[in-house]
Write a protein that binds this ligand. Structure first.
Ligand SMILES: [Zn+2]
Length: 448
């Protein structure tokens, strides 16, 4: 006897992730997809099934967010992230936050780097059924050279802090990759670019040599692990592609040589322009400078042109959002990258949907199990109000996600998550500038 719960979704606009046109079609599934169309209806005719009427709704593969930071808990600064987090508490809070991601329709998530080993532990807890969440693929700590990444002087000359491990020598690179393989990392993440105080070029500067990238890729590949690079300039993107990287995050500011290299390698790119877009759109509200808003708007505009050329030449693009920082909170912006693909890169909604589903799955090596709604694949399915194949922003409408199934299991969207507060000392503390100014100018008396 088949004891599995069978669900039949009828009358919805079925987008199956294959790129073929959407159509009104039924789909039946247990943990795997059992049948579609007339066959699904026939299969369910004399069985006890849960029926969902999806009239006016889109039935599609669950979203794949290929760039999240689930262990960070939306920090306001690197100081907070590096010095105000505790391992056990970070893991417990990540288990709370990841439910927001799942409820937003993300059934698979790539967590490229983590503080401590939080993401690896969370991944395993989800797989064991201890806590609900998207299926995860994750890196361990990001590998840095001593020049650092984007955290300035908080990055030590050697050793680890926050989400990173500094590997000053080639021996250290090899040793750290082996250490991470032993601890269960799915991917090796390299921070190929960084920021220095007096740099003279656009974007970030390359802080790994080509030889070091080749060594890192070879060491990872020897252990059967793929390798991903954070590359926010032209040379780093070019060198990562040439060194055999399996995924590139950002790939902004590409020049002709970088484009040529990514096109030759057909390496999946996760542009992750959501972070910049949110800041460019809402910067004023959160106190970001006009300069930064303008800089990010330009980065999007300029990079979109090159990314579109890469896309047209067959480079796979996947959607990522950097969810996990204060301006990219969990569960809120997982749809935004699709809008960028449509509005800034000029992709059709169908092309954008494919990037957010199948291409993400393929980039993570999961395309045989998820990413399309083919019979036999895992039933990672979402149902969204309206026709997403015409308007991808419907994925971001409040309450628009009507159902989320992961391997056929329904997520409870009706019960709100319990309200949470921040544990003591969790957020960074600031000396109050306002009070200091008022004191200095005599507008504030002691005891006021
Ligand atoms: Zn990131």
């Amino acid at each position: 006897m088949d004891a599995a719960i069978i669900t039949l979704i009828e009358s919805g606009i079925l987008y199956d992730g294959s790129g073929s046109p959407p159509q009104l079609e039924a789909i039946a599934f247990s943990d795997r997809i059992l049948a579609r169309g007339e066959e699904a209806l026939a299969y369910c005719a004399d069985r006890k099934v849960t029926r969902i009427d999806a009239r006016g709704m889109t039935v599609m593969p669950g979203l794949v967010d290929a760039h999240c930071h689930i262990s960070f808990d939306e920090p306001f600064s690197n100081d907070e992230l590096f010095f105000h987090r505790r391992e056990g508490l970070a893991a417990i809070i990540a288990a709370y936050n990841v439910r927001k991601v799942l409820r937003a329709g993300v059934t698979t998530m790539f967590d490229a780097d983590t503080i401590f080993d939080v993401s690896l532990d969370l991944r395993d807890a989800i797989e064991c059924g201890v806590t609900p969440g998207p299926r995860m693929r994750c890196g361990g700590n990001a590998l840095f050279t001593s020049v650092g990444g984007t955290a300035g002087l908080l990055v030590p000359d050697e050793g680890g802090i926050g989400y990173l491990k500094v590997t000053p020598s080639k021996d250290d690179i090899v040793a750290e990759i082996r250490r991470q393989a032993k601890r269960g990392a799915d991917w090796i993440k390299i921070h190929v670019t960084g920021l220095i105080p007096r740099q003279r070029s656009e974007g970030e500067i390359q802080v790994w040599s080509f030889e070091e990238l080749v060594l890192a890729a070879a060491t990872a590949h020897d252990l059967g692990l793929p390798i991903v690079g954070h590359c926010r300039n032209a040379t780093s993107t070019r060198d990562a592609a040439r060194a055999g990287f399996d995924m590139i995050l950002h790939a902004t500011y590409m020049d002709d040589a970088a484009l040529e290299a990514v096109i030759a390698a057909k390496v999946p790119i996760v542009p992750t322009l959501t972070f910049q877009a949110v800041l460019a759109d809402h910067g004023k509200m959160i106190g970001a400078s006009a300069y930064l808003q303008d800089l990010f708007a330009k980065e999007i505009e300029q990079s979109s042109r090159q990314l579109r050329i890469a896309y047209d030449a067959g480079v796979p693009l996947a959607c990522g959002t950097e969810s996990g920082f204060s301006i990219t909170p969990y569960g809120e912006w997982h749809w935004r990258e699709l809008q960028i693909l449509v509005e800034n890169l000029g992709l059709t909604p169908l092309q954008a949907l494919r990037c957010a589903t199948f291409e993400g799955a393929r980039a993570l090596g999961l395309a045989d199990r998820i990413g399309t709604l083919e019979v036999g694949k895992d039933a990672d399915i979402i149902v969204v109000a309206g026709d997403c194949t015409q308007d991808v922003t419907l994925l971001g409408e409040k309450g628009g996600i009507a159902h989320v199934f992961q391997a056929g299991k329904a997520t409870d969207l009706a019960t709100p998550l319990p309200e949470r507060r921040d544990p003591p000392s969790w957020r960074v503390s600031n000396y109050s500038r306002v009070a200091a100014t008022r004191l200095a100018t005599g507008h504030w008396k002691a005891g006021e």
